[in-house]
Structure formats: structure tokens, C-alpha cells
Unconditional design. Structure first.
Ligand SMILES: Nc1ncnc2c1ncn2[C@@H]1O[C@H](COP(=O)(O)OP(=O)(O)OP(=O)(O)O)[C@@H](O)[C@H]1O
Ligand SMILES: [Mg+2]
Lengths: 374, 281
């Protein structure tokens, strides 16, 4: 889970399990599905690959599994070059997006499938399969065929099957993609618990940023075949390195502007709607065009005009999206720009000044924003 | 009102169609029990022609030959059809694939007469140069297998197309060597298609008269060929008898297979119901 990565960093020395060196995959001589990607995954880590549709996540994963041969680059597992090893010789197992359970085999036989290929003695296989079944809480249904299981149960069989051989690396391609929203949320934690119990290293592909945040210990944000940023979830969220990452992970309000004052301890940016005062220095030069990104939950709404020169805007509430625990207000500024402000609903009052058409001021402190130069 | 007349119309239409399909067959069965030598004149019931059939060694050996050819050619068709289907479906990126895959199905649309004639010409010239093959069982088998392969190819290809390639990847991922993937995953999933391809090509071969006529040699007459040639010389009640026997065997096979299928289906439903009731308890 994404808790306290910094503690981990200090306590356990990191041991690199998987290293990928400038891996590329070009289809049909033209489509660059994966473009010069390098990464390392440490033992015991859940590494999330996050990106939009068609950005090359599956292709990268399939190269790790051995289903696709890289056009260029190398893959090392525990320091050993496995780039040209066929899938059946890699100590890597994959859980497929659509599960790919064998329809002609029972749950038990599905899980035992990989073990039988290894020539494991019968009684050991039985023991291992039973252990796997209880791990995923399917002990009651060893004889069922996949079509006799619900979606969530199928997902767990697929997980058990891919864990049964105790792989060094587990690949998960959108493991929860086929489940409905409610089930996904409970399954996310369940899945992480099982993975941590087994202690297997994972590469997890998803296009759902919340899923990546909750499950992965590190995230790579991918676009058009290359990595935009790699980091801990909170790094990627709070310190995105580009407009694209800020935009892709969570909601963000973007203000375009020009650097005015550029001091070591602060920077001001002239935007159309306001002047932004950033409470720390950044590497830039006066006159440079930048984007200032602010997350909706870091903005406060007020009815009265803030007593400050910087960091506030005035607008009209044109939309309220109520989520129960919190609400998102869409504020239309005088320039016509619309920003989003998220506030927690701390009271149970139903009547409130924050109504449709109400005039409101939005303000934020001088550490809330991210200045993006690219 | 119009609904009623609609229903009446639909009903009589249906009766008409079924009568058209089955009256000739019923007539044939009926007259196979006719004692008279004249096929269309009823005298009295008897098993005379069945007796004659048992002693008609020509016809019996023709039936046996047909069965033999049908069985062997169906086996060959399924074997080669499966391989060609695999090659065309799995290796998608070789030159001329489109041409080859459409060529694989031309025998389906080509008139049998032309296929038979061209095969005959080829075999005759090969025989001329090499001294074999003699026309007979082998050449008929060759022709039937050729046609059957095209059909089997279509049946297996359509099954391969709807099969999830990820199942094979999963098998590889779990440690299968390429041949094991085929043996443990692909083949078991293909079995229903292989069975239907076998039945289809068996029937095609058993039924064929055109190719057989072109490709057979002296002493090798299949059942349809014998029936055909006898019918030309004037109808013979023994033919009715052999046809009736064939019909009975075929219907028995069809009924048995559908009974088996519905039994399997019921069994599966029962299992599922049981499984779900366990879940709730
Ligand atoms: N076999 C293939 N032949 C040609 N192009 C391919 C092939 N497989 C994938 N591509 C292309 O490579 C790119 C990356 O595909 P990939 O499946 O890796 O995307 P993805 O990130 O997994 O997307 P999604 O989230 O939709 O699954 C896409 O542009 C896709 O069209
Ligand atoms: Mg994908």
C-alpha cells in the first residue's frame, strides 16, 4: 500500500528484482507502442503502470511476460538477461485482464495447471492448490467450471492460478477491469492484502488513477509509449513534473501566466484572472510562460473578499456536484474560465450560501500551487 | 380476425413445406415393403426386397466401400483441414496469405464436375508418367479428401476465430511448451468443431456421386453410384430397401446425438443450480 514510502526507503535496503533497459516495441515498422522505456522494480514492490488507452501499457507487460519480442532493449530479472527467454521458461506469471481461465477445466484444475507442468509430485500439488483456494476464499468450489462462477470469483481463481507457481514477478493487466465499481473498491484492498501476504513483486497495469494510487507503491505515468514520470503516488500527485501528468492524475485547475518577479524565496506569476504568489523559488526566468496548477481540494471558497493582493479569484457558482462526503463547485471567473473547488461537507446544514448563481471568492495559500514549465 | 387467418396461413405453409420434404421419403419407405416388382404399384406387404438386399452382394459391397471411403476421407479432411486452418489463422503475416486463404475455400464453390474432371485429368497424366495410382479406392479417397479438407478448413477456422488467443498465452505463461499448449488447451477446445467437421465431411463423401464417378476405376462403385446406375436402368425395389436402411441408420444417429446433447445440457443446468444453491447456504 501507498503508506510511508520514506520509512521503507530507510529501513529495508532495496534490492532490484527487475531491470528494464531502454525497451522499445515498434509494430509493423511504424507504430511505436513502447518507446525507449527504462525502469527498475524492487523486490516486494507493487509497481503501477498508469496511462490512457493505447499508451503501450499492455505491450510493455506482454514483453515482460515474453509474448512479444522487444524491437530494442533488454530485460533483466535478478540480474539475469531474460530478453530472449520464451514465456514458459520465465519465472514470471501473469493475470490476464479477461482472466483467460481454461473453460474446459475446473477451478481446481485451473490452479493446478502450472504446477503439473513443473512435474511437481501429486500430493504437493494438492496441498498447494488447497492452500491457494483458501487464500482466495474459494475453498468451497474446487469442482466448479469457470462458467459457474461470478465475475469476482473468476477474478480470484485467476489470481490463485497466477500465484500458484510462486512466481518471482507477478504481472497484473487491469486485474479489476471487469468488475463493477463497488466490487472493485473492496477487491482492491483484498488483492493488495493477498499480494502482501504472499510477498510477491508485482507490475500492475491500470488506467484508473485511483486504483494505481491505492494499490501501487510506485507509479509510472505513461503516454504514447514512454514514461512521463515515475515516483511514489504522493510525489506524482503533489509534485507532477509536467502539465500532462498533473492533468492525468486527479483533477487540476490550470492557470497560464508569465513570470514577473523571480526571487530565490518567491515567484510571482501574472495570470489573466489573478496574480499568483508562489512561496518558494523555482528555476525560471522573468517573462517565461508557465502553467500554475492547483488541485481543487487545496482551494477554499468564501463569501467575503479575501484581504490579500495575491492568490484569489472572484466568480459565480455555476454548478455543484454533490458526492455526499464532499462537493465540487464549478466557479465561472470573470474571464470566462471555469475552475473547480472541492470542499468537505462538514455540516449537515442543507441551506448554505454556496448555491447556484451565488457569487463567491476562491483563494489558496502560497504553497498550494505547482508551477509547471513543461 | 387477420391474426387467425395469419395463423391458418402459417400452419398450412408449414405443413406444405414439411410435406414437400418428407412425402417422397415416406413414399420410398412405404414402397420398400411392397411385394410387387413394380415400384409404383402396391400389391401387398412383404420383406421380399430386404431379403433380396441381403443377397445383393454388389449393393452390399458398394455400401461397405462407401462407408470405408467416407470414414477415411473424413479423417483425412479433418486432419488436413485443421492444419490449414491453423496455418492460415495463426501465421497472419506471410506473403500471399489472402490469396491462399481464399483459394482454400474455392473447392466449396467450384462445381463438382469441374473439380472431378480436373482431378481426373491430372491423375491420368500422373499415371501415364509414373504408372500409378491406379484408379479406384485411393483416387476416390483423394478426391473426397480434397473437397472435405476445404469444408473442414472452414469449420475449424470459424472455431479458431472465436477462440480466445489469451487462453493459449495463459497456458504458455504457466509453463507449457508450444506442443503442450496445443495438446492441453487448443485441442480440447477444438474437439466440438472437429466432431462437426468429421460428420460434415463424412456425409459429403457418403453422398457424393459426381467425384466418385470421375475418379473410380473398374470394380470400385460406391453406393450412390450403384443406386444411380440402377435407377437409370429402371427403378428397382431393392434400392428402396437399401435407402430405407440408410434412412433408419441416419435418423437413429441424429436422434441419439440430440438426446445426448439435451441430456448433457440438463446435467449442466442441474450442476449450476446445485452450485448456486450451495452458494446461498
Ligand atoms: N499486435 C499489434 N500490432 C500492431 N499494433 C499494435 C499491436 N498491439 C498493440 N498495438 C498498438 O500499440 C499501441 C499500444 O497498445 P497497448 O495495447 O499496449 O495499449 P494499452 O496501453 O494497453 O491500452 P489499453 O488501456 O486500451 O489496453 C496502440 O496504439 C496499439 O494500436
Ligand atoms: Mg491494455
Amino acid at each position: 500500500m501507498a503508506t510511508a514510502p520514506n520509512d521503507e526507503k530507510q529501513s529495508a535496503p532495496k534490492e532490484v528484482l527487475l531491470r528494464v533497459d531502454s525497451l522499445s516495441k515498434i509494430y509493423d515498422g511504424a507504430v511505436k507502442a513502447v518507446d525507449d522505456v527504462s525502469l527498475t522494480v524492487n523486490r516486494g514492490e507493487i509497481f503501477g503502470l498508469l496511462g490512457g488507452s493505447g499508451c503501450g501499457k499492455s505491450t510493455l507487460l506482454r514483453m515482460l511476460a515474453g509474448f512479444e519480442t522487444p524491437t530494442k532493449g533488454k530485460i533483466f530479472l535478478e540480474g539475469q538477461d531474460i530478453t530472449n527467454l520464451p514465456p514458459h521458461q520465465r519465472p514470471i506469471n501473469m493475470m490476464f485482464q479477461s482472466y483467460a481461465l481454461f473453460p474446459h477445466l475446473s477451478v481446481w484444475e485451473n490452479i493446478a495447471f502450472g504446477l503439473k507442468r513443473d512435474g511437481m509430485p501429486k500430493d504437493e500439488i494438492a496441498e498447494r492448490v488447497d492452500k491457494m483456494l483458501s487464500l482466495v476464499q474459494l475453498g468451497k468450489y474446487p469442482k466448479r467450471k469457470p462458467h459457474q462462477l461470478s465475475g469476482g470469483q473468476q477474478q480470484r481463481v485467476a489470481l490463485a492460478r497466477s500465484l500458484a507457481k510462486r512466481p518471482k514477478l507477478l504481472l497484473l493487466d487491469e486485474p479489476l477491469g471487469a468488475l463493477d465499481k463497488k466490487l472493485r473498491e473492496t477487491t482492491q484492498l483484498e488483492l493488495v492484502n493477498i499480494i502482501e501476504e504472499v510477498g510477491v513483486t508485482c507490475v500492475l497495469v491500470t488506467h484508473d488513477q485511483e486504483e494505481a494510487m491505492t494499490m501501487a507503491s510506485r507509479i509510472a505515468v505513461m503516454s504514447e509509449g514512454y514514461f512521463l514520470q515515475v515516483g511514489f503516488p504522493e510525489e506524482v500527485y503533489e509534485i507532477p513534473n509536467s502539465r500532462q501528468v498533473a492533468d492525468f492524475i486527479g483533477n487540476v485547475n490550470m492557470f497560464e501566466g508569465v513570470i514577473d518577479e523571480d526571487e530565490p524565496d518567491h515567484v510571482t506569476v501574472n495570470c489573466e484572472d489573478c496574480i499568483q504568489y508562489v512561496g518558494h523559488g523555482i528555476s525560471c526566468s522573468p517573462g517565461q510562460l508557465v502553467s500554475v496548477a492547483i488541485r481543487p481540494e487545496k482551494i477554499l471558497l468564501s463569501q467575503t473578499k479575501p484581504d490579500d493582493k495575491y492568490n484569489w479569484v472572484e466568480g459565480e457558482i455555476i454548478e455543484i456536484v454533490y458526492f455526499g462526503a464532499n462537493s465540487t463547485y464549478h466557479l465561472k471567473l470573470t474571464s470566462g474560465k471555469v475552475i473547480k473547488v472541492q470542499e468537505i461537507n462538514t455540516t449537515r446544514e442543507l441551506t448554505c450560501w454556496r448555491t447556484w448563481g451565488a457569487k463567491a471568492y476562491a483563494h489558496w495559500n502560497d504553497m498550494a500551487m505547482i508551477v509547471l514549465t513543461q | 380476425m387477420s391474426q387467425v387467418s395469419n395463423r391458418v396461413f402459417a400452419k398450412s405453409w408449414m405443413i406444405g413445406v414439411y410435406a414437400f420434404l418428407y412425402l417422397p421419403i415416406i413414399t420410398l419407405i412405404f414402397f420398400s415393403f411392397n411385394d410387387s416388382r413394380l415400384v409404383t404399384v402396391w400389391s401387398h406387404a412383404s420383406l421380399r426386397w430386404y431379403g433380396a438386399l441381403v443377397n445383393d452382394s454388389d449393393l452390399i459391397s458398394a455400401v461397405l466401400l462407401s462407408l470405408e471411403i467416407a470414414f477415411l476421407s473424413a479423417l483425412m479432411s479433418v486432419f488436413f483441414g485443421t492444419f490449414s486452418a491453423f496455418a492460415l489463422h495463426r501465421y497472419t503475416r506471410f506473403k500471399g496469405r489472402t490469396l491462399l486463404s481464399s483459394m482454400a475455400s474455392t473447392p466449396l464453390v467450384m462445381p463438382d464436375v469441374i473439380v472431378g474432371l480436373s482431378l481426373l485429368l491430372m491423375l491420368v497424366s500422373i499415371q501415364h508418367w509414373l504408372g500409378f495410382p491406379q484408379r479406384g479406392l485411393f483416387t476416390i479417397l483423394l478426391g473426397h479428401a480434397l473437397l472435405g479438407t476445404a469444408y473442414a478448413n472452414v469449420v475449424v477456422t470459424s472455431r479458431l476465430r472465436e477462440m480466445d488467443i489469451r487462453l493459449e498465452e495463459a497456458a504458455m505463461d504457466l509453463g507449457c511448451k508450444p506442443f503442450q499448449v496445443f495438446k492441453l488447451v487448443t485441442f480440447p477446445l477444438l474437439i466440438p468443431a472437429l466432431v462437426s467437421a468429421f460428420l460434415l465431411t463424412f456425409t459429403l463423401s457418403f453422398d457424393d456421386v459426381v467425384l466418385s464417378s470421375f475418379l473410380s476405376g473398374p470394380g470400385y462403385s460406391t453406393m450412390p453410384m450403384v443406386i444411380f446406375s440402377r435407377a437409370r436402368l429402371g427403378l428397382n425395389p431393392t434400392i428402396n430397401a437399401v435407402a430405407t436402411v440408410t434412412i433408419v441408420v441416419v435418423s437413429a444417429a441424429v436422434i441419439a446425438s440430440s438426446l445426448y446433447q439435451s441430456h448433457q445440457e440438463r446435467k449442466r443446468k442441474r450442476e449450476m443450480a446445485l452450485a448456486y444453491s450451495n452458494k446461498n447456504s
